[in-house]
Write a protein that binds this ligand. Structure first.
Ligand SMILES: Nc1ncnc2c1ncn2[C@@H]1O[C@H](COP(=O)(O)OP(=O)(O)OP(=O)(O)O)[C@@H](O)[C@H]1O
Ligand SMILES: [Mg+2]
Length: 455
C-alpha cells in the first residue's frame, strides 16, 4: 500500500508526468517546467477571475456546487447506474454487477467561508466524495462547480493548478516528508509552485507562527508529537494560501485532549482566515462542534443535510438518529432556541412604585430594568423596591446592575452554568446590550432532555 507521504507527493506532482511527455526537446530543464506551470497558473487565474460564484436562495455565495455526483468503482458503471436508478441498493448492485457504489446522485451546495462537514460510517463514501470534488477520483457522473468554475471537464494541467493553489488537503496521517525539517515541509507546496527559496521560507515562517509552532522550524517530523505534526500538516495546507481546505479525518488520529485543542485552533484560524472548509469526520461531536452545515452520508447517498441544530432536533431517519443518540445537546443548542419574550420589564424612567406594581402582578421575584432603547440596565427585587419607595428614592436606587447576561448564540451548557448560581431568569442581550429575551431556569431541564425527546 502507498504511504500517505507518497500519496501527498503524488497529489502535489500529479500531472507533471503528462506535462513532461508533451515537451519534445530532449534537454528540458526545471526552469521550463516552472515556466510551463506559470502559463497554466495564469490560465487558471484567468478562468477563476472571469467566473462568478453562484448564489443560493438567501443570496449567499456558493463556493462549491455539486449536482448529481456518482462514483461507481468497477468495470460496468453504466449497468450499476441503471440499477441504482431503478431503486436497487448499494448491496444489491454489488451482488448483481460486482461494482462497488462509492457515491450515488449526491447534490449539495457549500457556502463560501463555511465549514461543511461530511460525516457517516466507515465505508459510507466520505473520502470518495471529498476526492471527487477535486477529481483526484474521477466521478462516473455529475457536475462539480468550484467558485463558479465547472471542474468536470477541466484539462489535467489546469486541474493540477487548482489542486496546488485553490484547494489544499490535510490528511489524517499528516503526510509529512520525514527527511525534511518543519520549515521545508511547510514550504513544500510553495516549492512545487516554483517560488524561490527566500520567499517560500518567509511564507513558511509566517504560517508556522500562525499555527503556533514558532521555534520548531528546524525540527524534524519524528521529533514532534501527533498534535504538533498535524499543525505542520495544517500549516503546509495554508502556506499556499488556498481558498478551500479539504480535511479528511484530520484530527482522528489525535488523543481526545489534543483533538479538542486542534478543533478550537481550527475554529480560531477559520474565523481569522475565513476559508471554505470541507471537513470529513465520523465523529458526531466533532461534526456538531465544527460544522456550519453537516451532510450525513449513508451507502454513498446523502441521508440528511442541515445545520447541527436541525439535525439534532429533526433527524431525517433511523440512520441519522443512531448518530444523534447519546449526544449532549446542550453542547450544540443555543440560548436563542430556549429564549422567551420578556413580558415583565420596567423602564428606568418609571418610578419604584410602578415597578413594585408590575413586579407583584407578574408573580415573579425579580424584574429586568431597561432604558428607553430597551438596553438592559439591571434588575430589581421586591425588598429593595419597597426600601426605595419608603425612602422616596428613584428606581435606580433599587437596581442591581451586576447581572450576568448571555448572547443569543451562547451554548446552553454555558447558560446552565450561570443558571445554577442564580435564582432568576438569565437575560439574553445583543452586542449593544439590548435585551432580546430571557432564558427561564425551567428550560434547563428541557434543554437537557432535548436529546432524549428527539430519539
Ligand atoms: N479504490 C476503490 N476501489 C473499489 N472500491 C472502493 C475504492 N475506494 C473506496 N471504495 C468503496 O467505496 C465505498 C466508500 O469508501 P470511502 O473510502 O469513500 O468511505 P469513507 O466514508 O471514507 O470510509 P472511512 O471512514 O473508513 O474512511 C466503500 O464501499 C469502499 O469499499
Ligand atoms: Mg475515508
Amino acid at each position: 500500500m502507498k504511504s500517505l507521504d507518497d500519496e501527498f507527493h503524488g497529489i502535489m506532482t500529479a500531472g507533471l508526468g503528462s506535462l513532461r511527455s508533451k515537451v519534445t526537446k530532449p534537454f528540458r530543464n526545471a526552469l521550463e517546467s516552472i515556466q510551463a506551470s506559470e502559463g497554466d497558473r495564469a490560465r487558471m487565474e484567468a478562468v477563476f477571475d472571469e467566473a462568478e460564484n453562484p448564489l443560493d436562495e438567501d443570496g449567499d455565495e456558493i463556493a462549491i456546487r455539486v449536482r448529481g455526483l456518482s462514483k461507481i468503482y468497477g468495470k460496468h458503471p453504466g449497468r450499476a447506474m441503471e440499477l441504482l436508478a431503478e431503486g436497487h441498493t448499494k448491496e444489491e448492485v454489488q451482488n448483481l454487477t460486482g461494482n462497488n457504489v462509492g457515491l450515488y446522485d449526491v447534490s449539495f451546495d457549500v457556502k463560501k467561508g463555511e465549514i461543511f462537514v461530511l460525516m457517516g460510517l466507515s465505508g459510507s463514501g466520505k473520502s470518495t466524495l471529498e476526492r471527487c470534488l477535486n477529481r483526484l477520483i474521477e466521478p462516473t457522473e455529475g457536475q462539480i462547480v468550484v467558485e463558479g468554475v465547472d471542474l468536470t471537464h477541466m484539462d489535467d494541467d489546469l486541474l493540477r493548478e487548482v489542486r496546488r493553489r485553490k484547494i489544499s488537503m490535510v490528511f489524517q496521517s499528516f503526510g509529512l516528508l520525514p527527511h525534511r525539517d518543519i520549515k521545508n515541509n511547510v514550504a513544500y507546496g510553495l516549492e512545487l509552485q516554483g517560488i524561490r527559496e527566500e520567499e517560500r521560507l518567509r511564507i513558511a515562517q509566517e504560517t508556522i507562527d500562525l499555527v503556533g509552532l514558532t521555534g520548531y522550524e528546524d525540527s524534524y517530523p519524528e521529533e514532534l508529537s501527533g498534535g504538533m505534526k498535524q499543525r505542520v500538516g495544517l500549516a503546509r495546507a495554508l502556506a499556499t494560501d488556498p481558498d478551500i481546505l479539504f480535511m479528511d479525518e484530520a484530527f482522528s488520529a489525535l488523543d481526545p485532549l489534543i483533538r479538542n485543542e486542534m478543533q478550537d485552533e481550527l475554529q480560531k484560524l477559520h474565523s481569522r482566515l475565513g476559508r471554505t472548509i470541507i471537513f470529513v469526520t465520523h465523529d458526531l461531536d466533532e461534526a456538531l462542534k465544527l460544522g456550519d452545515h453537516i451532510a450525513l452520508i449513508k451507502d454513498g447517498e446523502i441521508a440528511q443535510i442541515g445545520t447541527p441544530e436541525e439535525i439534532l432536533r429533526n433527524p431525517a431517519d433511523d440512520y441519522v438518529s443512531s448518530f444523534v443518540r447519546g449526544v449532549d445537546s446542550t453542547k450544540v443548542l443555543t440560548a436563542e432556541l430556549f429564549m422567551k419574550k420578556v413580558t415583565d420589564k420596567v423602564r428606568i424612567s418609571q418610578g419604584p412604585r410602578t415597578a413594585l406594581k408590575i413586579l407583584r402582578s407578574s408573580r415573579r421575584s425579580s424584574l429586568f430594568v431597561v432604558d428607553h432603547d430597551d438596553r438592559l440596565i439591571g434588575m430589581v427585587k421586591q425588598e429593595r423596591l419597597i426600601r426605595a419607595v419608603n425612602a422616596e428614592g428613584s428606581l435606580m436606587d433599587a437596581v442591581i446592575t451586576d447581572v450576568p447576561t448571555v448572547a443569543a448564540d451562547s451554548l446552553m451548557k454555558d447558560v446552565i452554568q450561570i443558571m445554577v448560581t442564580t435564582d432568576f431568569p438569565i437575560p439574553v442581550v445583543d452586542g449593544n446590550g439590548i435585551l432580546l429575551g430571557i432564558v427561564d431556569p425551567s428550560v434547563a431541564a428541557e434543554a437537557y432532555s432535548e436529546g432524549e425527546a428527539i430519539r
